[in-house]
Write a protein that binds this ligand. Structure first.
Ligand code: SF4
Ligand code: MSK
Length: 612
């Protein structure tokens, strides 16, 4: 089931115990509904649901007359809207937390990166001269919040894109006016009986996706850097073997670092460490799953226990005192498996309550206090621990490649620039750059597509930038160490990695941090020598094991920004040839970037290499 031995090991154990995980449930869904998988099941109104086939009497249009391309476009666009909503809400929470940090020091939040604050202030048009950082931060947060509700104009971060790209978006009339506004309009236009032109639907889908990549996601990343620090390279460890037999294990899972940052502080609190010792533990071990894990790794070097499909398995080690979740990618199965062990499942967001879990209401106003109470709850659970079975697998890694860090690393602290990267592409040592991102999916062998694709790319001198669960997959396979370049990268890439001391695979953060990739690509254009627009750069994007609607939103903002983007597993679009032709071919003439789909990782690599 997995390329990761620790997963196969624990799966055998859970099966022996008669426990169920995502893999068993996935098998039970076979055979899947072909209409749903190919995007031609419409549930938008209750004259349906309607299922369309390309040929055959009576089934070629829905009850209302909707054709296959209308239905596929509406479904695809709604996935983009949902993904953009998730990232947008995350960005909004980051803005609210920044406002709290600026106005309420008792919240426990503060401004960690004043440089970044000034940079973001200049993008948002906030005056910085002779002002206290708290005053600047408050105005930055307020302007950021306005980006969500704005009705006209342009969202602020768009101006970081290359001029040519901005001009194209203006020409196409797809610059997002406000983050929330585009999501709402997308939902309206895909309502029963509104927009019936798949091309017109996809233009608004592009605008909605840009409101994510250059809006909600970028807002989340940039404001979190101000609050918690901009990541720079550091060492860490990954995989289930990071769980400790002797410590109280607390696993954070989800996406928003507002809570996990406070848990990091609480877990270092001397009184709480003493409390853990009084219960027979050696200390407190804070580890992460999914993107929250990426956030605490990149800023604190804290260990990652695994990616999204490992959430149930972490509990099944019997070593997790508490799993603390916020929002996104959290399986509702967690209470069931937690009940079979001593693990306490704790929800913290009023947006994400799970029956069977204990809820601690978390808000930016009482953050540190709540974090301490949660840690106490975990400590109190330590004496209830039974037999533990922690797999041995764990791997060293280097992570923390924000676009600022890539700047410093390649150009040096005092001449930071992307010039050396562009030069190495121009002189042929590096052939290009690929962003390999996204989830894990039990429909394919866990981690296998990520690992095989990235292995092939670096062997062909393509520098790989990663985020999300994909970065965790490759980290577990040992790709995120400088030493890996010597053995596995092509000659040119290996030379560059050796000179700089960097891995051939750069971990840039969580899913919202795909916005870092957009800024890095814009910098590559601005430095010059490789083209006047992102679409002219030798770059590509891939999500080999995607599953979340957020991945589709990310894919679309990459494509709309001019990047050739290829997804594995499959895409729910095959039910309409007309729609496929539009996003797999015609898009290139419109955006300079297009979608592709290829489940086999070696073929996917070949397509990326060809494109580059
Ligand atoms: Fe069927 Fe049209 Fe209603 Fe969709 S909107 S369910 S195709 S009648
Ligand atoms: S957590 S969105 S499974 S990458 Fe961002 Fe991982 Fe995909 Fe969730």
């Amino acid at each position: 089931k997995s390329a990761d031995r620790s997963v196969n090991y624990l799966l055998e154990k859970t099966r022996d115990k008669g426990l169920e995980t995502v893999w068993e449930r996935s098998e039970r869904q076979q055979p899947r509904c072909g209409f749903g998988e190919s995007g031609v099941c419409c549930r938008i109104c209750y004259m349906g649901p309607c299922r369309i086939v390309a040929s055959g009497r009576g089934r070629r249009i829905g009850v209302c007359g909707a054709k296959a391309e209308n239905i596929v476009a509406r479904n695809f666009a709604r996935m983009i809207a949902a993904g953009a909503a998730a990232h947008g809400d995350h960005g909004r929470e980051a803005a609210k937390t920044l406002l709290e940090a600026a106005k309420n020091p008792a919240s426990g939040y503060s401004i960690k990166d004043a440089n970044k604050l000034n940079k973001v202030a200049s993008v948002l048009g906030v005056e910085t001269k002779d002002r206290e950082k708290e005053a600047i931060a408050a105005e930055v947060a307020e302007r950021a919040l306005r980006n969500f509700g704005q009705q006209e104009g342009e969202v602020s971060f768009i101006r970081l894109a290359p001029e040519t790209r901005q001009a194209l978006w203006r020409h196409l009339n797809i610059i997002p006016r406000g983050i929330d506004r585009e999501i709402v309009e997308m939902m309206h236009r895909t309502n029963m009986g509104v927009d019936h032109d798949h091309q017109n639907i996809m233009l608004q889908a592009a605008r909605t996706a840009l409101a994510d990549g250059w809006g909600g996601s970028m807002m989340a990343t940039e404001l979190q850097d101000i609050l918690f620090g901009t990541p720079s390279p550091l060492r860490g460890q990954v995989n289930l073997g990071v769980l400790s037999e002797k410590d109280v294990n607390i696993v954070v899972h989800g996406h928003e670092p507002a809570l996990s940052e406070m848990l990091v502080l609480a877990a270092q609190d001397k009184q709480l460490i003493d409390l853990a010792k009084s219960k027979g533990a050696q200390g407190i071990n804070l580890a992460g799953i999914c993107c929250t894990a990426n956030e605490i790794l990149l800023r604190h070097g804290l260990p990652i226990a695994g990616n999204v499909l490992q959430q149930e398995l972490a509990v099944s080690t019997g070593a997790v005192e508490a799993m603390i979740v916020d929002v996104q990618c959290i399986m509702p199965s967690l209470p069931d498996i937690s009940k079979c062990f001593h693990t306490k499942l704790i929800t913290t967001s009023s947006k994400a309550v799970i029956e069977g879990a204990k809820h601690f209401k978390f808000s930016e106003k009482n953050a540190l206090q709540t974090a301490k109470e949660i840690v106490k709850e975990a400590i109190a659970n330590f004496p209830n621990r039974g037999k533990v079975d922690i797999p041995r697998e764990k791997m060293d890694l280097v992570a923390g490649f924000s676009h600022e860090a890539i700047n410093y690393m390649l150009g040096g602290k005092f001449r930071e620039s992307y010039i050396p990267l562009n030069d190495n592409v121009i002189n042929g040592r590096i052939k290009g750059v690929a962003a390999v991102v996204g989830c894990s999916n039990p429909k394919v062998i866990h981690d296998q597509c990520h690992v095989s694709l990235v292995e092939e790319l670096i062997a062909n001198d393509i520098l790989v930038v990663q985020t999300g669960c994909s970065a965790i997959a490759c980290a577990k396979a040992g790709f995120l160490t400088p030493e890996f370049a010597e053995k596995h990268a092509g000659k040119g890439l290996a030379e560059v990695c050796k000179a700089v001391g960097m891995p051939p695979v750069l971990h840039s953060g969580s899913c919202v941090d795909n916005s870092r990739v957009l800024i890095a690509l814009s910098e590559m254009v601005k430095v010059g020598g490789l083209g006047k627009d992102i679409s002219e750069l030798p770059v590509a994007g891939a999500a080999p094991e995607w599953m979340s609607e957020k991945a589709i939103a990310i894919g679309q903002y990459f494509v709309s920004s001019g990047v050739f983007t290829i997804f594995g597993v499959g895409l729910p679009v095959k039910g309409s040839e007309i729609f496929c032709q539009h996003i797999f071919e015609e898009f290139e003439n419109i955006f300079g970037g297009m979608w592709a789909v290829e489940p086999e990782p070696r073929k996917m690599a070949a397509m990326i290499i060809d494109h580059i």
